[in-house]
Design a protein around this ligand. Sequence first.
Ligand SMILES: *[C@@H]1O[C@H](CO)[C@@H](O)[C@H](O)[C@H]1NC(C)=O
Ligand SMILES: *[C@@H]1O[C@H](CO)[C@@H](O)[C@H](O)[C@H]1NC(C)=O
Ligand SMILES: *[C@@H]1O[C@H](CO)[C@@H](O)[C@H](O)[C@H]1NC(C)=O
Length: 493
Amino acid sequence: MTKFRRVLLLVGVALLVYILVLLYIIRLRPDAFNNMDATKLGARVHAERGKVTIVMRNFDPHENSIVKTFQKILGSILDARGLILSDHGTHPPITLPKSLQHLVTIAVLDAGQPHHESDAARFIETEYVVVVGDGTRLVSPDMVEKSIRHLVAGPHDIVVVPTEEGTDEDEESCEVLRLSPREWSMTLSLPRLSAAECNYFLGVPVVVTTKAAILRLTWPFARPFPHSLFVEAAMLNMSIHLCDDVLLLRKNPLVSGTQQQRKELAAFHRLAGIKKVTHANHSVDWYGCDRNTASCFAATVGDAAPGFLQQGRWAPPCCLRAITITAKHVLAMLAQHRVRHWLDNGALLGAARAGTLIPWDYDADLGINADDVAKLPLLVSCREGAVVDADGYVWESGDTAGNTIRVRYSETNRLHVEIYLYDVVEGGMARRRAAAVRAADREFPARFLEPIGQVVFGGVDVCAPNRVREFLERKYGAGVIERPVYPNASMVK
Ligand SMILES: *[C@@H]1O[C@H](CO)[C@@H](O)[C@H](O)[C@H]1NC(C)=O
Ligand SMILES: *[C@@H]1O[C@H](CO)[C@@H](O)[C@H](O)[C@H]1NC(C)=O
Ligand SMILES: *[C@@H]1O[C@H](CO)[C@@H](O)[C@H](O)[C@H]1NC(C)=O
C-alpha cells in the first residue's frame, strides 16, 4: 500500500467515526435540533415548495410565546410554513422576526361573521396541515413526517399525536364520541378494548390532517379547537387515528380562561345543533334553552308538526327536560292541595310507553276535576292575569274562556304544561272547551278515575287513569302504546 493510500484510508476512517459520533449525539440529544432556529434554515425552507402548514389556533391573545414556538418548529422541519389563526388579532400585535416573516402568515378571521372559520382554508396552500398549540415543541424533527406517513398509509383523514400531558393516564386521554343528531345529543365514553376505538381526544394533542379534509368541514378551526374538529369529524364519519408510537411532543400547558372556554363551547354547540353532552363520568352538560331563554322551537299551531320534526329531529332534550320539570312541579302542587288530577293525552301516552315524555312532544297535558279548582288558589287567581309562583313558574289562563290553565317554565321560557278542567256529567268526565271536539277529547267514563291509578313519569309515581292501556286505546286506537307515530307523518322527512 502506498503512503498516499494509507493516508486516504485514515482520513476516510476518521470521517466515518466523526459522522457516527455526530449521529450518536443527535440521537441522544434531540434537543440539539430544536436549538437550531429558523434564522439558519429559513433560506432553505423558503427555497423548497412547502408541503406542510403548521397552524397555530390555541394561544392566549395577550400573553403567548407564538414566535418562539414557530422558531423552534420551523427550525426543525424543512418544507414547512406557518399560519397563525386569530379571531380578533393579538394585543400587543405579534411582530415576527425577519427570519419568520416570509414563512409565517398571520390571519385575523372575522369572528363576527357566521362560518368565519371556513375562511381559514384560504390561507393554506400545502397538502398537509399540522395544528399545534402555543408552546408545542417537537422532541424529534421527523415526528411530523412520521405522522404524515400514518395519514397516508391509513388512509386516515386525521392523525392525532398526543402531547406528553395527554399521555399521563393512557386510557383516560381518549374517548369514544357518539352523536345522535336526532336527539341533539352527543355522548362520550371510555373505549371498551383499546385506544384504537377512540375518536375524541382530551388534553392538547397535535392534529395532523390534509387540506382536503379541512375543506370538507363546515366549521374548520372553530374554537374550542380541537373539540370542534372531533365533533365534526364524527358527524362526517371521518377516520381518525391515534398515533401512539410517535409520542414525541411536549407542550407547555395552555393558560386559558375557563369562562371564555365555556362561552366558546356554547357557541360551537349552538352551530353544531348539540344541546346535551353526556360525559364519560355520566355527568351531563346542557346547552340550548333554559329558564332564562325563550323556548328553542317555534310555537305550534293546531295539529301541525313542530319545526324540529320537519328537520327530521326530535324535541331538543333541554325542552323535554324543561317540560318534565314543570309538569312534576305542577303535579306536586296539585297533590299537595288535594286537587283530583291525572296525567293526560301525550304525556300519559309517553309515560305508558317509557315513563317519560314522547321524544317529539312539545308540552304536557294534565286533567283536573273542575270542582277542585278552589282548593289551589293559584288556579283561581291566574285567571285574572299571569301569576308567578314562589318557584318562578308562571300560571296563566290558557284560553279566553278560562277552560284551560297554562303553567310556563319561567317568565321568559314559554315551554309549558296545560291543565284541562273536566266536569262530571251524566256520561262521565267531559272536558271544558271552547273550540271544536277532537276524537281524543271525547268524554270518558268516570270509572277510569275511580279509583285513581298511577304511572311512572320522569322517575316519580304520578296520578293517572286506572287501566291506562284501555284509556289510551279508547282515545287513540288499538296498539297505540306499542306503535308510536309522529303527529303528522307526512311532514316528517
Ligand atoms: C362510517 O364509517 C364506517 C367505517 O368506515 C362504516 O362502517 C359506516 O357505515 C359509516 N357510517 C356512515 C353513517 O357513513
Ligand atoms: C365529569 O367530567 C366532566 C368532563 O370531563 C367534568 O367537567 C366534570 O366535572 C366531571 N364530573 C364529576 C362529577 O366528576
Ligand atoms: C300534515 O302535513 C301536510 C303537509 O304539510 C298538511 O297538508 C296537512 O294538513 C297536515 N295535517 C295535519 C293534520 O296537520
